[in-house]
Design a protein around this ligand. Structure first.
Ligand code: BDR
Ligand code: CA
Length: 334
């Protein structure tokens, strides 16, 4: 397939699946000119997600700038009920061993470098986007706080955005509460701002309905481990840990699968045919109350409010796994 090389910014809360998203983007330099990676509070506090992001960048020997972002959501701290409704993020298996979707620190050597000194993600977005001649693609796979603040400060940044892809939300699938997915639930007001942006720039949403079909399995973990390299060991271990976490904390439609939610956004940009069901709809976010953080996708077009996103609802699972293996194999010897 003929690919146009895109300027790209990633926004992450690294995080095991974020790590694999970063790796796939870095390993496709023919497709992406990665301007920077912004970090945010989410899977872990922003200090950890920043350090974890640096570790992943260094694992691949890349020089991509990492920009520290927001330490907390826009308003969640003043709604104490929100934090009490959260799902369990970690637990203990039958042997008493800790199991978590995302380790406090990824099992990689401590970063030698640091985040861009004196830079903060919302301001960096504005400075970087406003001076771009070519429009930039944004992929956000954590809570959406950084860009929401940037857009509120300087709405003209949208003139420099080609499209936005976010991992978040769910039509039928949820993972933080009975109504909400983690990234949106962590900062619903920021998500509402992103859906507002979707009225002006193309916005693609990758909810759990698609990402629960974007899985790697024990056979993939074994393949990566068989390389006996730093990259192979790391990827293999992360797949195994995610499988353990899902089996224990959030059993899915089948056992022994590890959804790699965030990487699906990158793979979708590389090969949109990986998504097998996609609808153009109006999406809104519930802020507060029993369905706090729910994404409401109007798939039956009840409202005449402008359609503001394309929502991906299913994934070609074989294609996803094959593309992940192909891309990660580029780092087989590292
Ligand atoms: C999302 O939440 C995080 O735990 C993952 O990194 C992913 O971005 C899935 O709901
Ligand atoms: Ca994430």
């Amino acid at each position: 397939m003929e690919l146009r090389k895109r300027k790209l910014i990633l926004d992450v809360d690294t995080g095991s699946d974020d790590a694999l998203a970063i790796m796939t983007a870095l390993l496709c330099p023919e497709a992406f000119d990665l301007l920077g990676i912004c970090t945010v509070n989410g899977n872990r506090p922003v200090e950890n997600t920043t350090e974890n992001t640096l570790r992943v960048v260094e694992l691949l020997g890349a020089q991509t700038p990492v920009i520290r972002g927001c330490a907390s959501p826009l308003v969640a701290q003043i709604d104490p009920l929100r934090s009490r409704r959260r799902r369990l993020e970690e637990g203990r298996d039958a042997d008493g061993d800790l199991v978590a979707y995302h380790a406090e620190y990824l099992p990689l050597p401590p970063a030698k470098g640091s985040a861009l000194p004196g830079a903060y993600a919302p301001i960096w977005y504005i400075d970087t986007l406003m001076r771009q001649a070519e429009k930039v693609t944004l992929v956000m796979v954590g809570p959406l706080t950084n860009f929401a603040i940037a857009y509120r400060i300087e709405p003209r940044i949208l003139d420099h955005v080609a499209e936005i892809v976010i991992m978040g939300g769910g039509l039928y699938e949820h993972n933080s509460t009975a109504a909400a997915e983690f990234n949106i639930f962590t900062d619903p007001e920021a998500a509402a701002i992103l859906f507002e942006c979707g009225e002006q720039v193309p916005l693609t949403v990758m909810p759990l309905d698609a990402t629960h079909r974007a899985n790697l399995r024990p056979c993939h973990a074994e393949l990566f481990k068989s390389w006996h390299t730093a990259v192979g060991d790391f990827v293999g271990a992360e797949i195994c840990e995610r499988i353990r976490a899902y089996n224990l904390l959030q059993p899915l439609h089948e056992p022994d699968i590890a959804p790699i939610h965030d990487a699906l956004c990158i793979l979708y940009l590389l090969d949109p045919s990986i998504i097998t069901e996609l609808r153009t709809v109006r999406a809104d976010v519930v802020c507060g109350g029993i369905a706090d953080g729910e994404t409401v996708f109007d798939t039956r077009h009840f409202t005449d409010a402008p359609r503001n996103c394309r929502v991906c609802l299913n994934t070609n699972e074989e294609k996803f796994a094959q593309l992940m293996v192909d891309i990660l194999s580029r780092a087989k010897s590292r």
